[in-house]
Design a protein around this ligand. Structure first.
Ligand SMILES: [Zn+2]
Length: 381
């Protein structure tokens, strides 16, 4: 059975390599670190539609939680949708000890949200982050970590980067990921699936017998190549289901990627250029220009922001977003590869719907205006 239902939510296609506008005008919401719920998501979709944004990238899984009840995989929300506490991120990393959850979306919730988005010309792109940021997945399947059962039965309860990643030497873990993604694609009819790929440390792979055996079998010299092997396999699987895979820009490291893979650039623009030069399409989300977890700098802002962000003294304002140009610093001959851009709300310290909307909505309106001001808006088909 292949997930090929694409009768809703496809984006307008391009012809002849020319892109008069940006087909990807997106917003990413992280509901793993904190959960906001269906009403907030619908208000977000209304707001996006009002400002010409057409892709809702839904970050549903991470180290700290798994928020999607995937039919046939009930263990994921059983173990992954609740954590025993949260850290006070950006202060002393102490742990509040207050259980958080269970919070997750059911298949009916997903159908409702996807339908609501589709009525507003917005495609929903779910993200299942692999092979890193899987702390909640491993709570359900500790046998898929390089540590085995020693990983334990709870999601990772700190923020930041977790050492524990999927064991890529485990054949069953890799095959299970494909079955899981197939079930996820059954829930989401849009053309695109985000497969994560960011911030996957190689520390465990370097010490794991199974991962080392896989590297030997494949003749790989560097552990980073192991992630490339996995990404190519997953991208190929997603393609075989009639979809296109999107991944964070780390996926271009460690080897080539199949044609059709989309790279979402969040770090330095050099990764966008490298991907585009390799013939891959790119979405721009440069951290210091589009991450709404960075303060706007309003004097009366009552909310908290991440420690490193405050220390960096960076600000992202409505004015800076209105002036944002996804093709800035990209050589002209590669412009055709830039599908568009996305603002991202990472929510380690964003806890309530009111706080989320305060941080995101004003600047999202400005981000939408960046497309219309430049005449770059293109409609969804
Ligand atoms: Zn391993």
């Amino acid at each position: 059975m292949k997930a090929t239902n694409r009768d809703a939510g496809g984006l307008s296609t391009t012809t002849g390599g020319q892109r008069p506008g940006y087909i990807w005008r997106g917003y990413m919401l992280d509901e793993a670190r904190h959960f906001f719920g269906k009403d907030t998501v619908k208000r977000t979709l209304d707001h996006m539609a009002a400002h010409g944004l057409n892709v809702f990238h839904w970050h549903l899984t991470d180290d700290q939680a798994w928020r999607l009840d995937v039919p046939g995989f009930p263990e994921l929300v059983k173990y992954g949708a609740i954590r025993p506490g949260s850290p006070y991120y950006g202060e002393d990393h102490s742990f509040d000890g207050v259980p958080y959850g269970p919070f997750f979306y059911t298949p009916d919730d997903v159908r409702e949200i996807v339908g609501y988005a589709n009525e507003r010309g917005i495609m929903v792109v779910p993200e299942i982050d692999l092979p890193g940021h899987v702390g909640a997945l491993l709570a359900a399947h500790p046998e898929f970590s390089c540590l085995g059962e020693a990983y334990g039965r709870t999601p990772y309860c700190k923020f930041g980067i977790c050492d524990d990643v999927l064991c890529l030497g485990n054949d069953e873990a890799v095959a299970w990921c494909e079955r899981l993604l197939e079930a996820v694609m059954e829930l989401f009819p849009g053309e695109y699936l985000h497969i994560g790929g960011d911030e996957a440390p190689t520390k465990r792979w370097e010490k794991c017998d199974k991962c080392r055996a896989r590297m030997r079998e494949l003749g790989l010299a560097e552990p980073r190549q192991l992630q490339n092997w996995f990404t190519r396999r997953i991208v190929g699987f997603v393609s075989s289901c009639g979809r296109r895979a999107v991944g964070w820009d780390e996926i271009i490291e460690g080897g080539e990627l199949p044609p059709g893979t989309i790279v979402q650039c969040w770090r330095d623009v050099k990764y966008a250029i490298r991907a585009a030069e390799a013939g891959l399409d790119v979405i721009m989300s440069p951290v210091f220009q589009t991450y709404l977890s960075i303060p706007e700098g309003l004097e009366d802002d009552p909310y908290r922001y991440r420690g490193w962000v405050m220390e960096s003294n960076r600000r992202i304002t409505s004015a800076s977003l209105r002036a944002f140009d996804p093709r800035a610093q990209i050589p002209e001959e590669l412009h055709k590869r830039i599908l568009g851009a996305e603002c991202c709300s990472w929510t380690e310290v964003t806890k309530t719907p009111a706080e989320l909307e305060y941080k995101a909505f004003g600047r999202l309106a400005a981000f939408g205006a960046a497309f219309s001001n430049k005449g770059h808006r293109k409609t969804v088909c």
